[in-house]
Design a protein around this ligand. Structure first.
Ligand code: GDP
Ligand code: MG
Length: 437
């Protein structure tokens, strides 16, 4: 969620009942967020109108706070627009299943063909890759190299046989070799032209593919919608594969493509490696489009685990500085129930992609260590950590499988925390070094 949108929602939470003007304000922000994510204007407007209706229907429900109400409705609607279920790839009743990949040059067809083959093989299929791009010898070589590295057979007949003939010969070959899936990698151009479309139509009519899968590059944003419309009008596309969703693209084009053409997005590409390929999960893409991360899941889990009574008690303890290692341990347990730390961090907006991009490995080992140390203490030690001196430290380290240095580090940290709380609660807020010069 953009800061702006978050701000609008924050204002709503502080109010009581939902006013018409509140809804309008929040929905304006939602519309801006959608457009920033490459959703086209017409689709965004339609979407906002649907949301408005849903919200007035739900108005009567007193159990939801206004902000939650809007976030939930927006999210639900995005999911249902993307297709509330995972859209599975069709399989032919008699093998081989034929997938014809189409799209502009550079959209990721050849890479996706290999990814798809690998994905199918992992599910027990025996796929065949077919080089039907006869205009660029390099394209044939690219597919052969990819197939070779994955140990998947590649059918090719060079550059002088018409693609529709290559395709039919490949299908015969697949039948003879009892291969289950044929993946056709077709030629693309930088722009759609009639000759390209005519060629694709010939291939389609000759082989009657099980699915015609349009490969589109998420980074091309709104342009992808036009491309999808044109391909769909001429060829009748049955599914879309959206590539390069590992980049900064928020994927709003997927929503527009779905809304404009009605064709479901079936799979997504999330990197250059052959295994960076997965089925589209509408729920996740919806969150990504709004920049929500998996915020909703996070909020839900947090609410379930951290009921108000506990929070109040914790606040009291902090105020009176009677927060002990026992409480600290309990906090850790709450965090654990909410899921591994790295998973939690990934769910926060902006953080997830940062972690993936830098390949940062945030593991839970540190947390486990802290937990083990506290568990090795006696209840008295947990209440009064100041009694933990040399011999006790050695015993705790041995008992928890850590070192005395680990135990020292934990006690120091805890000590600092307590000091800070005392200062804060007594009104003397510590100056943070580095801030304000
Ligand atoms: P084609 O012309 O449609 O066959 O496109 P290619 O398969 O040759 O892909 C064009 C470029 O996009 C290549 O450099 C690929 O590595 C890259 N590519 C394809 N899919 C993805 C993806 O999901 N993520 C990223 N980051 N790059 C991709
Ligand atoms: Mg290619």
């Amino acid at each position: 969620l953009t800061d702006r949108l978050q701000g609008a929602f924050d204002k709503l939470t502080s109010k009581g009942k939902l006013q018409e003007s509140d809804v309008d304000l929040a929905l304006r922000e939602v519309r801006i967020a959608l457009m920033e994510a490459d959703v086209n204007l017409k689709v965004a407007k339609q979407f906002i109108n649907q949301i408005k209706e849903k919200i007035s229907e739900q108005r009567a429900l007193e159990s939801l706070t206004p902000a939650q109400q809007i976030i939930q409705v927006v999210h639900q609607e995005l999911v249902s627009l993307l297709g509330s279920d995972q859209c599975k790839l069709e399989t032919a009743s008699t093998p081989p299943t034929i997938y014809m990949l189409v799209g502009l040059q550079g959209s990721g067809k050849t890479t996706t063909a290999a990814k798809l083959a690998l994905y199918l093989r992992k599910q027990g299929a025996r796929p065949l890759l077919v080089a039907a791009d006869i205009y660029r010898p390099a394209a044939i070589k690219q597919l052969q190299t990819l197939g070779g590295s994955l140990n998947i057979p590649v059918y090719s007949e060079g550059t002088s046989v018409p693609p529709e003939n290559i395709a039919t010969n490949a299908i015969d070959f697949a039948k003879q070799s009892s291969l289950t899936h044929v993946i056709l990698d077709t030629a693309g151009r930088l722009h759609i032209d009639e000759a390209m479309m005519a060629e694709l139509v010939r291939v389609r009519d000759k082989v009657s593919p099980t699915e015609i899968l349009l490969v589109v590059d998420a980074m091309t944003g709104q342009e992808a919608v036009k491309v999808a419309e044109q391909f769909h009008n001429t060829l009748g596309v049955t599914g879309v594969i959206m590539t390069k969703l590992d980049g900064d693209a928020r994927g709003g084009a997927a929503l527009s493509i779905r809304a404009v053409t009605g064709v479901p997005i079936k799979m997504i590409g999330t990197g250059e490696r052959p295994d960076a390929f997965e089925p589209l999960i509408p729920d996740r893409l919806a969150s990504r489009i709004l920049g929500l991360g998996d915020m909703l899941t996070l909020i839900e889990r947090a609410q379930a685990e951290f009921d108000e009574r506990k929070a109040k008690e914790l606040e009291r303890k902090m105020r009176t500085a009677t927060f002990t290692l026992e409480d600290f341990y309990e906090q850790l347990q709450t965090m654990k129930r909410m899921g591994p730390l790295s998973q939690l961090l990934e769910m926060l907006p902006g953080v997830g992609s940062a972690i993936r991009r830098q390949d940062l490995q945030i593991d839970d080992r540190e947390l486990k260590k802290v937990e083990a140390i506290i568990l090795s203490m006696t209840p008295e030690e947990r209440q009064h950590p100041e009694i933990i001196k040399g011999s006790r430290r050695r015993r705790i380290a041995a008992g928890s499988g850590t070192t005395v240095a680990d135990v020292n580090a934990l006690l120091n940290q805890f000590n600092q925390m307590q000091k800070m709380m005392k200062q804060i609660t007594s009104g003397r807020i510590p100056k943070l070094p580095g801030l304000f010069g």
